[in-house]
Ligand binder design. Structure first.
Ligand SMILES: [Zn+2]
Length: 134
């Protein structure tokens, strides 16, 4: 079978700037949003780098159960999110960060999806990342 290449993926998804992830799969940044927000080409590259960095941070979080390590990594994920908001020219606002999507987070997912983006989020005492913030 022919290898599915970045070039082919880009042809299949013309509405996106397609990029290859560390695991060899592909993802994309929507062109419509790039145009709407007037994001420059160098900043699109930075956005892709930040997505790859977040994948790497998530992978590290998957590999550890150490609460201190998870908290440090979670902090870097939050910084990554705020940097993305800057590059997209959105308001830099931590309430727009869906922290419950992080690996190992045990905060109530559905409650927080319901509350998004009000900032009135529920954190669980059982969560190794956010538990001590309760
Ligand atoms: Zn949590």
């Amino acid at each position: 079978m022919e290898k599915y290449t970045l070039k082919k993926a880009q042809e299949d998804y013309p509405g996106y700037i397609v990029y290859e992830k560390a695991d060899g799969s592909f993802s994309g940044v929507p062109k419509g949003l790039i145009e709407k927000q007037k994001v420059s080409k160098p900043n699109v590259k930075k956005i892709i780098k930040l997505h790859l960095k977040r994948d790497a941070l998530y992978a590290l979080m998957e590999k550890t159960d150490d609460a201190e390590a998870l908290k440090i990594l979670a902090k870097r994920v939050t910084e990554n999110e705020l940097d993305l908001q800057d590059l997209w020219k959105f308001e830099r606002n931590v309430d727009f960060h869906k922290f419950w999507e992080m690996p190992k987070c045990k905060c109530p997912r559905l409650d927080n999806i319901d509350a998004y983006p009000t900032g009135y989020y529920v954190k669980s005492g059982d969560c190794p990342i956010h538990g001590s913030e309760v």
